[in-house]
Design a protein around this ligand. Sequence first.
Ligand code: GTP
Ligand code: MG
Length: 247
Amino acid sequence: MAVVIPAHDEERLLPVTLAGLPAYVDHVVVVDDASADATARVARRHGPWTLEVIRHPENLGVGGAIVTGYRRALALGVDATVVVGADAQMDPAEMSTLLDPVADGEADYVKGDRLGHPEVWRRMPKVRLLGNLALSVMTGFSSGYRGLRDSQCGYTALGRAALARVALADLYPRYGFPNDLLAKLAEIDARVVDRPVTPIYGDERSGIRILRVIGPIAWLLLRSGLRRVARQRQGRAALAAASSTSG
Ligand SMILES: Nc1nc2c(ncn2[C@@H]2O[C@H](COP(=O)(O)OP(=O)(O)OP(=O)(O)O)[C@@H](O)[C@H]2O)c(=O)[nH]1
Ligand SMILES: [Mg+2]
């Protein structure tokens, strides 16, 4: 399996993230998204896995970096790809929680859910928590994955078959990426499940300005929701036409 790490100006926390990766990981792909700092230089092996750094000459955004990593994972032919941020906000011991449903053939995409954690109200900054709750509800309606939680979680596992089918080229490259990926996964009827993970907030600096990103993401969700409804209508119309000609 491969771990994809999108990284932008993460010279301080990338080594911490790498040092925590479990030994069962085969490949680590760090995607340095035109960092201004030493991110690419501090990316060193800390385990038995192979490590490669792909550097974007220009900043494409976190989603753009993840897509680069996904393409590399496809070329490597791995059975599953975990995505984790470079800012040491996820517990590496929980990676197996995400991988198990993929390995057991129960899910195509497993995403972390920090909102079910008993201390989430204390651990996650309030504005982030409220923004996340709102986006999770909207993403559930838009994608059709009702009941889905923590749509913004950047800790996920994707199986090979779904990775090969999902429309990578069209994915939104910035902070609406996880939401757009869910919409694209719905298009291929991928099985998506949530697994609890621990919210970790240390002294990292987030690039997210919640009030600035929520508008564009809401617009993205509205658009993909309307497309989903249109798709379903077309499907029903095709079914009705088929049954009227056969009957
Ligand atoms: N490639 C790339 N990665 C980015 C960019 N912005 C952020 N990242 C990476 O994406 C990961 C998450 O970024 P954050 O801005 O902390 O977002 P978050 O961790 O999902 O959200 P918070 O809960 O606010 O910390 C980190 O590994 C960043 O280095 C970017 O423009 N390009
Ligand atoms: Mg962060």
